[in-house]
Design a protein around this ligand. Structure first.
Ligand SMILES: [Zn+2]
Length: 309
């Protein structure tokens, strides 16, 4: 196997042997040269395409239409992501959300002043986004996009794609001069992820801020890094591609050390697992108020609540 970031062969250290959800065998390895954690072997683009267009949502969400509580949760998360963009000075312009899911972010960013569109490979979800919110969400993949945008967002998409470097190249080609790219992925250094829920088949890559920045380095400069909830990096498109910048050996050593210290003890005592049941209960009460509400009303309600109505 060849590393998807640095191209090294045979320099891997196994970090996990099984899928956290199904317990089926699944090899996850860290490249000793650059620190990128990746599935071994990496699934092919064709296998992934078939998997995502038909099975993914069904496998992990069990339905094609989100429940009220999921809309409410997705809406709250979408507003936090918009806050991050706004704090970085991005408040309007054309925006493409790649992997738009149920369309909550596209709808809310449209309400907030962006000319927002989405692209989503799953037919059920893209149709839902159109019918529930009237959003412009195209059914398809990144390959089918040709228009240029001011801002592109990818929330929990990059870790599913067969080649992060190719994805960054494609994304660069879809941005206007100096355009911005916001990528959010699960953070491999997070302390609040249950050890039962870290490595699984749908995630091909597992990023640190350094490996994600390195994957983007030919085409993008890093503007802001945020690890308060997952790993978010705001990138700015380079005017022309430059040679790749790999993480320093210090960074690789640190990732290795972090992965070794992950486990139940850390999760329980530093990751806040002890208070999770209480948090869950509070959330369930809050979400039960949404039962039966229309998805658009739920999202509008969240915006109005913030505006103090
Ligand atoms: Zn590597």
């Amino acid at each position: 196997m060849k590393c998807a970031l640095c191209g090294s062969e045979g320099l891997f250290e196994i970090v996990s042997h099984s899928d956290a959800k199904s317990s089926e065998p699944l090899l996850i390895a860290m490249c000793r040269h650059c620190g990128l954690v990746q599935q071994s072997p990496t699934p092919t683009a064709d296998t992934l395409r078939i998997y995502y267009s038909h099975n993914y949502r069904k496998d992990y969400k069990k339905t094609y239409t989100p429940k009220s509580k999921h809309v409410y949760r997705a809406g709250k998360t979408a507003l936090q992501r918009l806050d991050f963009l706004n704090r970085c000075g991005i408040v309007n312009g054309t925006l493409l959300d790649v992997g738009a899911g149920g369309g909550e972010f596209v709808y809310l960013s449209g309400r907030a002043g962006f000319q927002a569109e989405g692209i989503e490979p799953n037919i059920g979800y893209s149709q839902y986004a159109k019918s529930a919110y009237g959003c412009h969400v195209i059914t398809g993949e990144l390959d089918g996009v040709s228009q240029l945008y001011d801002t592109i967002t990818l929330f929990h998409v990059l870790e599913h794609l067969p080649s992060p470097i190719e994805a960054f190249e494609k994304l660069h080609s879809l941005l206007k001069q100096g355009g911005k790219l916001l990528v959010e992925v699960p953070w491999i250094e997070a302390q609040d992820a249950s050890p039962h829920n870290i490595y699984f088949k749908a995630h091909i890559f597992y990023f640190s801020a350094d490996t994600l920045s390195a994957c983007a380095s030919q085409f993008f400069n890093v503007l802001h890094i945020d690890t308060s909830s997952n790993l978010k990096i705001l990138f700015s498109a380079k005017s022309k591609p430059s040679p790749i910048t790999l993480p320093e050996s210090r960074s690789v050593a640190r990732t290795r050390k972090r992965l070794r210290s992950k486990g139940w003890l850390e999760y329980l005592f530093q990751g806040g697992a002890c208070i999770k049941p209480v948090k869950k209960l509070i959330r369930a009460v809050e979400e039960s108020k949404m039962d039966g509400a229309k998805p658009k009303d739920i999202l509008d309600g969240l915006v109005e609540e913030r505006q103090g109505h």
